[in-house]
Design a protein around this ligand. Structure first.
Ligand code: FE
Length: 199
């Protein structure tokens, strides 16, 4: 199975969190509910925020977008987000013609560097199997309707190669700066299971 070992996203932070968790649990200072809260924070709030900043910059800066699509690993590192050695990041762009979805059919490989921890459903057997065999059906379950004229591409991650979706920029966001744009980006849109709604 995958060699997921150490999360590459904020690797040092993740390790510190783990170490802290062990110590605090051992000393009976915190309960698992508090741990769950920490995980939720890492999984849902801190992690995807890196990816959101990458996406926002790509939307705002065409040169950066080109670099990102050409060499995701380098362009993400350029933003100061550490990609663990030996992992390549590939960024795939959603357009009106192509909709991309990422999965790890084998286990749960995920772009830690930009998205933190994978959601539970991403690691589930049904998602892993069906994202590959019936991506449109899976997307529908996420409330995402993809027109028949749009090509759906599924990218199977592995330990060495991790994908991230560059979602389409929502309409009517011309006046927003990068920070405001980043706040629109969701984790699920960077996995490709949802699209970003117009604001
Ligand atoms: Fe995996």
């Amino acid at each position: 199975m995958g060699s997921e070992g150490i999360p590459s996203a904020n690797g040092k932070t993740a390790l510190r969190v783990k170490a802290l968790e062990s110590v605090l649990l051992e000393k009976g200072l915190i309960e698992t509910a508090a741990i769950d809260e920490l995980i939720d924070m890492f999984e849902n709030r801190i992690g995807p925020w890196n990816g959101a900043k990458v996406v926002a910059r790509a939307w705002a800066d065409p040169d950066y977008k080109k670099r990102l699509l050409d060499d995701g690993t380098a362009a993400i590192a350029e933003m100061g987000f550490e990609v663990i050695q030996g992992e390549e990041m590939v960024v795939v762009e959603n357009t009106p013609e192509v909709h991309n979805v990422i999965v790890c059919t084998l286990c749960s490989c995920f772009p830690w560097a930009v998205m933190g921890l994978p959601p539970v459903w991403y690691k589930s057997a049904p998602y892993r199997a069906r994202a590959a065999s019936d991506p449109r059906g899976v997307l529908k379950e996420f409330g995402t309707e993809i027109g028949d004229d749009v090509e759906v591409r599924v990218w199977d991650s592995n330990a060495e190669l991790r994908y991230m979706v560059l979602p389409e920029r929502p309409a009517a966001t011309d006046g927003l700066d990068e920070a405001a744009l980043a706040r629109l980006v969701t984790r699920d849109s960077m996995i490709g299971v949802t699209k970003l709604a117009a604001i």
